[in-house]
Ligand binder design. Structure first.
Ligand code: T6T
Length: 353
C-alpha cells in the first residue's frame, strides 16, 4: 500500500455533499476508492513528493522519556482531541507527557509557556506554534538546547528545527470549502473568508486555497478575508457588518472552530441563514450544533487525534535514534447534517479525553 498517496479534501467533498455520506480523505484505504486526479472534478491529488501520510509506531520506548505538548490555545476541542491522541499513544509506548497551552491563540502568550517548558529540559516538545515568525527563534533555542521538536498542526517559516511537521492538507481544505460553497450556490455570487490572524500557517493556507479557487471561477466575487482573533464574538460582529455592507453574500468559509462558531452566530443574528451558506473547518460540539440547526452546511473535520498519535511516534523514534519522516499530511472527514449522527460521528472532536 502506497503510504504517500494522501488525497486532498477537494475532490472528496464534491462526492460527499451530493451523496450526503461520510467521506474521509484518510490516505491509504480511501485513496484506492477515490477517483484519480485526472478523473476527479474537484482535483483530488496525491500528496506532494516527500510527504508521507503516517508515522509508524516504534517499539515501546527504552526509557520513560519526558514529553511536553504545548497547544496553540487551551480549551480548543481540536487541541483537546489531539491531547487525547497524544496521551493514549504515550501510554502505549511507555513515555510520559504533560500538556499545557496559552489562554489565547497568541505568540506573546505562547512564548513564555515554551520558554518555561524548555527550562525544564524535557526530552521532546510537541508544539502547535501560534505564528510562523514570532515562534521561530524560541523554537530554534529549544532545538539548540538538544530537545527534539515535533510540529503538530501549525508550523514555522523554517521547520528544519523540527524532527517532523505533521498537519492536515490545509490549502486543499480551503479549496474543498470553495467547491462546497459552489455546489450550494451554482449561480455564483459574493463570498468571503473568516479567519483567525494573519501569520498562522494553517489558517493562512486554508484562506489561500479558498481564495485561489474563488478567483479561478468567474461566477464568484471574492470579498476578502476578515480576521476575528480566534474570538467568536468578534467573528459574529464582523459577519454582521459584512452583511450590512454586502447584503447579498452567498457563502462564507470559516477557517477554524471559533471563526465558524462566530460566523454562524453573525449570520443567524442577521436573519440570513437561508441565503448564506457556511462551510467551516473543524468539528467541535458547537459547530455540530450549528450544522444540525442548518446554519452551517458542511464541516471539514481534521484528524487531531491522529496528528497527536503520529507526533508521539515521531518524538520517540527520534529519541531512540531512528529516522523520522520530516513532513506528514493527515486526512479529513467531511461532515454534513446527513452523516453527522452516522458514519461521520467518530470524526467529531472531543471536549475531554
Ligand atoms: O483549526 C484548528 C487548527 O488546525 C488551527 O491551526 C487553529 O485553530 C484550530 O485549533 C481550531 O480552533
Amino acid at each position: 500500500m502506497n503510504r504517500t498517496t494522501a488525497l486532498t479534501a477537494a475532490g472528496l467533498l464534491l462526492m460527499a455533499l451530493p451523496l450526503a455520506a461520510c467521506t474521509s480523505s484518510k490516505p491509504a484505504e480511501t485513496a484506492q476508492q477515490a477517483p484519480s486526479p485526472a478523473q476527479s472534478p474537484g482535483g483530488a491529488t496525491a500528496a506532494p513528493t516527500g510527504t508521507e501520510s503516517s508515522i509508524p509506531a516504534p517499539q515501546k520506548a527504552s526509557k520513560n522519556y519526558n514529553l511536553q505538548f504545548i497547544q496553540g490555545v487551551a480549551g480548543d476541542e481540536f487541541y483537546i482531541t489531539m491531547q487525547c491522541g497524544i496521551q493514549a499513544q504515550a501510554a502505549k509506548l511507555g513515555v510520559s507527557v504533560k500538556t499545557q497551552g496559552p489562554q489565547k491563540f497568541d505568540p506573546t502568550l505562547q512564548k513564555p509557556v515554551l520558554d518555561s517548558v524548555v527550562a525544564g529540559k524535557p526530552d521532546a516538545i510537541l508544539i502547535a506554534p501560534t505564528d510562523v515568525t514570532a515562534m521561530q527563534s524560541p523554537l530554534n533555542a529549544a532545538a539548540q538546547a538538544g530537545i527534539k521538536i515535533v510540529l503538530v498542526d501549525t508550523t514555522v517559516k523554517d521547520p528544519s528545527i523540527a524532527v517532523s511537521a505533521i498537519a492536515s492538507d490545509n490549502e486543499g481544505g480551503g479549496k474543498a470549502a470553495f467547491e462546497a460553497i459552489k455546489q450550494l450556490n451554482p449561480n455564483g455570487g459574493k463570498v468571503m473568508a473568516m479567519s483567525v490572524n494573519p501569520g498562522i500557517s494553517t489558517t493562512d493556507a486554508r484562506v489561500k486555497g479558498f481564495e485561489e479557487a474563488v478567483k479561478a471561477d468567474p461566477k464568484f466575487t471574492y470579498l476578502g478575508v476578515q480576521y476575528d482573533k480566534d474570538d467568536p464574538a468578534t467573528a459574529a460582529n464582523l459577519m454582521g457588518s459584512a452583511l450590512q455592507k454586502d447584503p447579498d453574500i452567498v457563502g462564507v468559509f470559516a477557517t477554524n472552530l471559533f471563526s465558524a462558531e462566530g460566523t454562524a452566530t453573525g449570520v443567524r443574528q442577521s436573519g440570513k441563514q437561508q441565503q448564506v451558506k457556511i462551510v467551516g473547518f473543524d468539528a467541535g460540539p458547537n459547530q455540530v450544533k450549528d450544522l444540525k440547526q442548518g446554519t452551517i452546511q458542511a464541516l471539514v473535520a481534521q484528524e487531531p487525534g491522529v496528528i497527536g498519535e503520529y507526533g508521539v511516534n515521531a518524538a520517540v523514534t527520534a529519541l531512540e535514534g531512528g529516522q523520522v519522516t520530516p513532513k506528514v499530511q493527515t486526512g479529513f472527514t467531511i461532515i454534513t447534517k446527513d452523516n453527522v449522527d452516522g458514519e461521520a460521528a467518530g470524526a467529531v472532536y472531543k471536549s475531554s479525553c
